[in-house]
Design a protein around this ligand. Structure first.
Ligand SMILES: Cc1cc2nc3c(=O)[nH]c(=O)nc-3n(C[C@H](O)[C@H](O)[C@H](O)COP(=O)(O)O)c2cc1C
Length: 436
């Protein structure tokens, strides 16, 4: 069916701020980079950075020493025993977050907003104190808004309630059902503050999924959106709903806006953008992926199903647990990868490289871009760009992707124009197509 409306015919209104209805979802660890988020904000939408493993990210960006200091302080917990008592330095966590957010916000231009995505399942062996430090430091750093996801902590709003920016920053949550939204609203009612927006994430999204390992396949974004919209209407609540997961063309976005959503959240198309934090070779893997390469499995120690490319080096990897340096997933001294590794070593004490099938060391693998998480539409990325003379795919600038979402009609995707300098340098690489 033809649909000649564009996403740019709609607006996302958050309080008194009017925005383009396009939200770049958070992609940790540093896949939704500062540059990516800032471009989306410059063009009038909302760009998310991610707070996943920010002390480590800060070390790489600013040459700070948060990770080395933590590894040193955690020496006593080396080995495979319980890590109960191993803690993050709360001041350091706050300082890394503040420094990172200040750096992002000081470079912001344009009418859009920059939010930070905070995954609450990153318990850091002391869920409440570390989460409070991360949230309040992001507010201190001047972030425009926060979206709370993955393991929604129902006391998160209360943790920020004393902060002077509690009412001025935009605070929202990511849910995958009306039920989860209802629970969150009930538990946070005492703070007297409603979320400023709700992201409804469907089963086709990248990263962790708020569904069961197999039940995701029976769910559908449109149905969940309708349930959430009906629930809000019944409660007489006017909270903008932003829908995400599988929105591949601007027209996909228009359909959700016509359904009653205020905006759409997207990520997969930006994984291959020039400004994405994924290494060049990994972006090429995403472009070349076929539908059968995109799998949902249970290897994440968070307990949530996760979508990824089946070629991810993290799958089946038996790297030693890296808790001394990282340990972002530790909860009461343990993590399910640490447990699996310990069991494998106990079962085969002489095996120097025990096989760890069911889980992965998520901190290490995400930090090293070896777990290639992606959305269900990844195999369509090749429709969004062009091959260069050396056979590689051109990584489009974020600006092109934003404009394509905002202005395309009838499910069309506008291909990027390749600058002559990129074309000619690819030709000189002498790749497979150059030779033919
Ligand atoms: C590579 C990648 C990493 C992601 N990481 C996170 C994350 O750290 N936290 C989160 O809440 N969502 C994460 N997501 C989900 C996105 O923010 C977004 O809501 C979703 O993927 C949108 O669907 P789409 O990818 O089909 O456009 C990730 C998605 C991708 C593709």
């Amino acid at each position: 069916m033809t649909n000649t409306l564009t996403m740019n015919d709609f607006r996302l209104t958050l309080g008194s701020t009017e925005l383009k209805p396009l939200v770049l979802g958070g992609m940790g660890v540093n896949i939704s980079t500062k540059d990516l988020a800032l471009e989306v904000a410059r063009l009038g939408g909302i760009g998310h950075v991610s707070d996943a493993m920010l002390p480590e990210v800060a070390d790489r960006l600013f040459h700070t020493g948060f990770t080395a200091a933590k590894a040193k302080a955690s020496k006593a917990f080396a080995g495979l025993g319980s890590k109960l008592g191993m803690t993050f330095d709360i001041q350091a966590v706050a300082s890394a977050t503040r420094r990172y957010v200040e750096d992002v916000m000081s470079a912001k231009k344009g009418e859009g907003l920059v939010f930070i995505n905070v995954m609450e399942k990153l318990c850091m062996n002391d869920a409440l104190s570390t989460l409070k430090a991360r949230l309040t430091a992001a507010l201190d750093g001047g972030i425009d808004g926060i979206s709370l996801s993955a393991g929604l902590h129902t006391s998160s709003f209360a943790m920020m309630a004393d902060h002077p920016r509690f009412h001025d920053a935009k605070l929202g949550i990511v849910v995958s059902s009306a039920r989860a939204l209802n629970i969150f609203l009930r538990r946070t009612a005492k703070t007297g503050r409603l979320p400023d927006f709700v992201v409804v994430e469907g089963p086709l999204a990248g990263g962790h999924l708020g569904f069961g390992l197999t039940s995701w396949a029976e769910s559908n974004l449109g149905t969940i959106v309708d349930e959430v919209l009906d629930f809000l209407k019944a409660q007489k609540l006017s909270i903008p709903v932003i829908a995400g997961g599988g929105v591949f063309t601007g027209t996909d976005g228009v359909r959700l806006l016509q359904r009653g959503c205020a905006g759409v959240q997207v990520a997969t198309r930006f994984t291959v953008a020039k400004e994405s934090g994924l290494p060049h070779d990994v972006k090429q893997r995403y472009f070349n992926a076929e539908a059968a390469d995109v799998v949902v499995n249970g290897i994440s120690p968070t307990g949530y199903p996760m979508r990824m490319l089946q070629q991810s080096p993290a799958i089946g990897s038996n790297v030693k647990p890296q808790c001394e340096a990282y340990g972002y997933l530790l909860e009461r001294g343990d993590c399910s990868y640490l447990k699996s590794y310990r069991e494998a070593v106990e079962a085969n004490p002489d095996d120097k490289a025990p096989s760890i099938e069911g889980k992965t060391c998520l901190c290490y693998q995400m930090r090293n871009y070896k777990l290639w998480t992606c959305g269900a539409t990844t195999s369509r990325l090749k429709e969004t760009s062009v091959r260069l003379p050396d056979g590689t795919w051109y990584e489009p600038p974020a600006e092109h992707i934003v404009n394509d979402y905002l202005h395309s009609k009838n499910d069309e995707i506008l291909l990027p124009e390749v600058p002559a300098s990129v074309e000619s340098s690819a030709a000189h690489e002498g790749g497979p197509l150059a030779a033919s």
